[in-house]
Design a protein around this ligand. Structure first.
Ligand SMILES: [Mn+2]
Length: 373
């Protein structure tokens, strides 16, 4: 036992040795390190050991999560991607923010626990995107800014709180990467987004159109956000695409209303057995250079892959297609993204949240300022 402790102590010292003076860890002890660390690209060399992801302590130009090569994944307080937590979006290019509600769900609850489980599962994420060679932590200042303080007893008050929180986030110039929470949250978020950017284009990935008018007498819920957005002029309707829609409907053409607004509707059947890369080339053309918001409901994916959600529909998209959609957003003027409807109680394996965490990482990798190798 004692020797285990000694070994741990030694490895801690080695790790701390790379931390710059001014932080609480001792400086020096660099000899062992210099043997292991490539000299090239010092500030950007994310292989350098670092236990503190904050820029101030690591000495790097941007926040960088500690690598699991040196810091155990299971250690620490779970923030998104093991990034530092800060209270406001001040100084950030992008921020992960949780909106833990399920008061707007119509069926299975549990999405209020989504942000927490996504954060826990995100400990598996590494710094680089091997598929696209994106290096988000070499060009973006990113942190986890915690959760919006919602009112779990009052959905309308929650919407107000979300709108106000996002006004503040957006006022700093930061791009929010939101972890839901049920899809109701897209409505107040888009109110704040449109206030800053004007009517935006929308890439909406979902099993459902979420354009109902009234459900059980209520205008606000997870089935109505995009109807409210259209009514309030928050969307540039010619620059809206809904991808993955499917399932039983209340009428033979459930998506008539969407099409009547000018939305492009890509039903799941059109996606079956296909790469969605060609579709995304068309979507990029549709979106042009104007501001775009990306809203990704995890139920767009087939429940075989993502069972932890409130209103699952069979015969959905694959995770590969989900990734293709997000990667296909590279080059767009993205001003905000969300990943919603992860309901941990319906997937005790954590895989739905893990998928959500990876999709959020992919979103960060297509933000306008992200560096690519
Ligand atoms: Mn939805």
């Amino acid at each position: 036992m004692l020797s285990v402790w000694r070994n741990l102590k030694n490895s801690r010292r080695v790790i701390c040795g790379a931390v710059r003076p001014g932080c609480s860890s001792p400086a020096g002890v660099s000899a062992l390190w210099s043997k292991q660390t490539p000299s090239a690209g010092s500030d950007f060399d994310l292989r350098r050991p670092c236990i503190n992801p904050s820029r101030k302590c690591s000495g790097r130009p941007y926040n960088v999560p500690p690598s699991a090569e040196f810091v155990a994944r299971v250690s620490g307080i779970p923030t998104m991607a093991k990034l530092p937590y800060q209270e406001t979006a001040e100084g950030l290019d992008a921020a992960f923010v949780g909106v833990p509600i399920d008061t707007g769900t119509s069926n299975r609850p549990g999405a209020r626990f989504g942000p927490r489980q996504i954060r826990v599962e995100s400990a598996l994420l590494r710094a680089y995107n091997s598929g696209t060679r994106a290096a988000p932590y070499e060009s973006l200042m990113v942190a986890d800014i915690g959760d919006v303080n919602v009112n779990v007893y009052d959905l309308k008050d929650t919407c107000k709180r979300i709108r106000e929180a996002y006004r503040k986030i957006l006022a700093t110039g930061c791009i929010p990467l939101t972890m839901g929470g049920d899809h109701t949250i897209a409505y107040p978020i888009l109110q704040a987004v449109a206030e800053r950017h004007g009517p935006v284009g929308l890439v909406h990935v979902d099993a459902h159109a979420d354009t109902s008018d009234v459900v059980l007498g209520e205008k606000i819920g997870h089935g109505t956000p995009f109807r409210r957005c259209v009514e309030e002029g928050l969307l540039d309707c010619k620059r809206v695409v809904q991808i993955g829609l499917r399932g039983t409907g209340y009428s033979p053409d459930a998506y008539e209303w969407s099409r009547a607004q000018g939305f492009r509707v890509v039903q799941a059947e059109e996606c079956w057995f296909k790469s969605l890369a060609p579709l995304m080339a068309e979507v990029r053309h549709q979106m042009g250079s104007g501001p775009v918001y990306l809203s990704f409901d995890i139920d767009a994916l087939d429940p075989g892959f993502a069972p932890g959600t409130g209103t699952p529909e069979i015969a959905g998209l694959t995770p590969i297609q989900g990734v293709e959609i997000i990667r296909g957003c590279r080059g767009l003027n993205l001003v905000g993204c969300d990943l919603v409807e992860v309901s941990p109680p319906y997937d005790t394996t954590g895989n739905t949240a893990l998928t959500g965490a990876n999709l959020l990482f992919e979103m960060m990798c297509v933000l306008p300022k992200t560096k690519y190798y």
